[in-house]
Design a protein around this ligand. Sequence first.
Ligand code: CS2
Ligand code: MG
Length: 402
Amino acid sequence: MKITNATVNIASPGRNFVTLKIETDEGIYGLGDGTLNGRELAVASYLTDHVIPCIIGRDPFQTEDIWQYLYRGAYWRRGPVTMTAIAAVDVALWDIKGKALNTPVYNLLGGKSRDGVMVYAHANGKDVDAALEDVARHKDLGYKAIRVQSGIPGLSSTYGVAKGTGRYEPAERGLPHEYEWSSELYLRHVPNLFERVRAEFGEELHLLHDCHHRLAPIEAGRLGKELEPFHLFWMEDPTPAELQEGFKVIRGHTTTPIAVGEVFNSVWDAHELIRNQWIDYLRMTLVHGGGITHLKKTADFAAMYHVRTGFHGATDLSPVTMAAALHFDTAVHNFGIQEHMPHTDETDAVFPHSYKFRDGMMYPGDAPGLGVDLDEKLAAKYPYQRAYLPVNRKLDGTLTDW
Ligand code: CS2
Ligand code: MG
């Protein structure tokens, strides 16, 4: 089999997605997600101008060799744009492999290690009462694990909390919006939020919280310690992760489990964290972490140190990534949990898929390959629209992590 053509589709059915379609001489095609929130066009150009010409004529079954060719061959290794482009190619090739062998991708990764994939939902509200209502709503939908975020008294807006009545969306149309931040006000507020959630919902529910890289390690240590009585499933991205030793400080102060990695692109972003057992869950995802080929190796390495997967799954990861993640989650032994932020109806219509949600669990379905398609005609109705993630400023105007 040979790769005969590859095209990049950019569409905005509710939000922007970059999708790579690789075609073969046997009529089978595969899809890969190349969406990098707020930097979509850079990946599209990297693929169209630099990667696609190099893969035409190659055997799509050679996932390992093509991965190495794009990673080592470029000389400029790693980085979000490069690794997202490599992921788009890699995932599309695994899709082709599954379709050609007439089997779901999870069978190529070791087969089913579990019946279903536990997912966590997002509950949020402008204040604690509104957040509690949203937890109740998600519990009624069947979720067994819920991430809880709420507005912070004294701050006019907080990322991760919906404005008005809609759901929150990780990017907003136009140029970056600005949010306000105070670690002092946040640290005062969060333990109270979880005290209320546990008092109302008891111990059964798994609770998660995202700090979104905003704290210094010692502040994160304090928060983790204060949250211990509420037995969180995890505290996510407590501190910016460029400094891997920062997690040693956190670990020295708390037994609250730590998750990190949605911004990681390679095992090298996490190898000290894993090797030293400073984290419990790795959130590095297929779309930004070099695809199935690289994540499988990374997950196997993490397994040796009791680190489990907890893949990123916000709405900026397209249904192609969600499908690929569910196959991966079904197969790898050290799966932990999968994030689930449902896509809009427009997005779901552009990407028909076989995966399903039922009673707090998700299932990849048994269609050959990934079980997800792209309706190109429908996608053409939603042209790209400039959209960005926000920026965050401290109360005195200093730009900070968001
Ligand atoms: C968040 C995301 O889902 C999460 O945990 O951190 O909203 C994240 O900010 C966006 O996906 C970034 O594109
Ligand atoms: Mg996050």
